[in-house]
Design a protein around this ligand. Structure first.
Ligand SMILES: [Fe+2]
Ligand SMILES: [Fe+2]
Length: 275
């Protein structure tokens, strides 16, 4: 039986959830006097980090060359991430900030091709984490319009995570032996701290964030707006829920992942099909 592309249904769902730049963001209500120079600087860095969708898209289309379904979804993801960049840039321009387009190509990086399943997993975890950060900024931002923007962006990032989850489910259904790689990558991504936060824009060498005006901005913002070690609990809960679903066993914490990976790898080695 021919399976429908995940993209078809996703397109309709995402279209239904979509917001409109000109009518949903009250740019005329922005009160720049409420923003400190530090907030302006941090918002500039977040705005530029959203541009990383450019290089990620190039790599998705290259590394998922034969996966037309996923590449089709990337067209929506790229559009929405660039919309995040545009929304923040318009907000900052209303506050008197300017951006020099000539400096933007600095942020276009290229990396060696990576295994598709690890890329999917890394982005799934990254979107979950970014939604968590943006939710905190939406609660603690100094100005009502930026609080609203972060709330809207956080919801988009969560929807993106849900789309990556769909492609991970499909990958496991088609090829169950990818499960240990998903588990290992998720564990690595979940071992994140405020001083070394893991997101697709921070973990490469060089990374997008390392090329920004203020590469320390993510850590500093996290230490201010999400202090303490346990704030990641909701991120971990959502990632562990997907891992439990994919592996068919309930995974309650990170410590349960390595034994499960060992068990799955050993059973693969013992099975006659693998030999
Ligand atoms: Fe985004
Ligand atoms: Fe996203």
């Amino acid at each position: 039986m021919l399976l429908a592309m995940l993209y078809d249904d996703m397109f309709i769902r995402l279209e239904r959830a979509r917001w409109t730049l000109n009518t949903d963001i009250p740019f005329d209500d922005i009160d720049p006097s409420l923003l400190s120079p530090q907030w302006i600087s941090d918002l500039r860095n977040i705005c530029l980090t959203e541009l990383s969708a450019l290089y990620a898209t190039e790599m998705f289309l290259r590394d998922f060359y034969t996966d037309i379904d996923f590449c089709s979804f990337v067209s929506i993801w790229f559009y929405e991430e660039m919309k995040h960049h545009l929304t923040l840039r318009k907000y900052l321009e209303r506050c008197g900030e300017t951006f020099d387009e000539a400096e933007l190509p600095e942020l276009r990086l290229t990396f060696a091709p990576g295994p598709a399943i690890e890329t999917l997993t890394m982005h799934f975890c990254g979107e979950q984490r970014l939604a968590h950060w943006y939710t905190a900024f939406s609660e603690q931002g100094p100005e009502p319009v930026i609080r609203k923007i972060f709330k809207i962006l956080a919801a988009d990032e969560l929807r993106h995570a849900a789309c990556y989850a769909k492609y991970m489910r499909r990958a496991v259904a088609n090829k169950p032996e990818v499960l240990p790689d998903i588990l290992k990558m998720s564990l690595w991504m979940m071992r994140s701290t405020n001083d070394a936060p893991k997101h697709p824009t921070t973990i490469t060498e060089p990374s997008v964030v390392s090329r920004l005006e203020d590469p320390e901005y993510v850590s500093r913002m996290l230490n201010w707006y999400l202090p303490g070690r346990d704030h990641e609990a909701p991120v971990q809960r959502r990632i562990l829920a997907l891992l439990s679903e994919l592996s068919g066993v309930e995974i309650k914490n990170l410590r349960e992942i390595p034994p499960l990976v060992r068990k799955l790898t050993a059973s693969k080695e013992l099975s006659p099909a693998a030999a």
